[in-house]
Design a protein around this ligand. Structure first.
Ligand code: HEM
Length: 223
């Protein structure tokens, strides 16, 4: 009798997630940080250093969308929220969208769109190099995020390619760590690190469980 309430809640959640309005609503919500930063820039309410606020604000949202995207599968499997799956690609694409904005803010506001300066700056500052690597790895995932690409690549190859999201998350975390290390300020970084560790740890646990389950019973008993 006890599981009836959670089952009803899961059913209601899935109904909401599968509602035709769920995707447009999420799209509008995901654009809110962009609108807020744009409005702040236009109204000049971003504080004493608007360029820094824009670079940092967009950087924060890349990392947040990466965490949210990585959380989809654990939430789906742990709580039976199957309706979440259809929103994952959009969330990943928003991580890339904020990544491109973040890079453009840096290229424009930090480097004055000086292409030679940017090319020289990237390898000079390790945290920028790591961020660039993460963004470059995100590009093929965004480029293959539509149904025709899945068909062209085949589901298995597409899935393997999209596993790069874990490396991207870790590179993003390293980028943030390196940036904050110069200021000896790790408070916010630790929160992201814990979230990523939980999400990636969950994945590792699932993979180990699947591997153990696929072993023949005799092999399981003797190992
Ligand atoms: C997946 C890719 C990336 C992620 C997740 C990311 C994330 C972040 C985060 C979280 C911050 C700190 C925000 C804060 O202090 O609140 C940041 C700062 C910054 N990032 Fe990125 N970033 C990425 C790629 C890049 C790239 C490609 C560049 C430039 C080529 C870049 C340049 C910078 C700069 C210049 C700062 C500000 C440093 C400062 O104010 O001292 N990032 N990034």
């Amino acid at each position: 009798m006890a599981p009836a309430a959670p089952a009803a809640a899961t059913h209601t959640m899935n109904k909401l997630l599968l509602h035709p309005a769920a995707k447009p609503l999420l799209f509008a919500l995901a654009l809110l940080p962009f609108a807020q930063l744009l409005w702040g820039a236009v109204a000049n309410t971003l504080g004493a250093n608007p360029a820094e606020a824009l670079i940092r604000g967009t950087g924060d949202w890349v990392l947040r969308f990466l965490c949210i995207t990585l959380a989809v599968t654990p939430l789906r499997e742990a709580f039976g929220l199957t309706g979440l799956a259809r929103l994952r690609r959009m969330l990943g694409n928003f991580a890339f969208f904020y990544g491109v904005l973040h890079f453009l803010c840096y290229a424009w506001l930090d480097m004055g769109l000086d292409l030679t300066g940017i090319v020289a700056d990237i390898p000079k500052r390790p945290f920028i190099l790591v961020g660039t690597l993460a963004l470059l790895l995100m590009a093929p995932l965004a480029a293959t995020s539509f149904n025709r690409a899945i068909q062209a690549l085949g589901a298995a190859r597409w899935k393997r390619l999209h596993q790069a999201v874990y490396a991207i998350g870790l590179l993003g975390l390293l980028h943030f760590f390196w940036m904050r290390a110069g200021k000896n300020d790790f408070g916010e970084w630790t929160i992201y690190a814990v979230v990523m560790a939980v999400l990636l740890g969950w994945r590792v646990r699932q993979a180990l469980r699947r591997r153990a389950a696929s072993r023949p019973p005799g092999a399981r008993a003797t190992s």
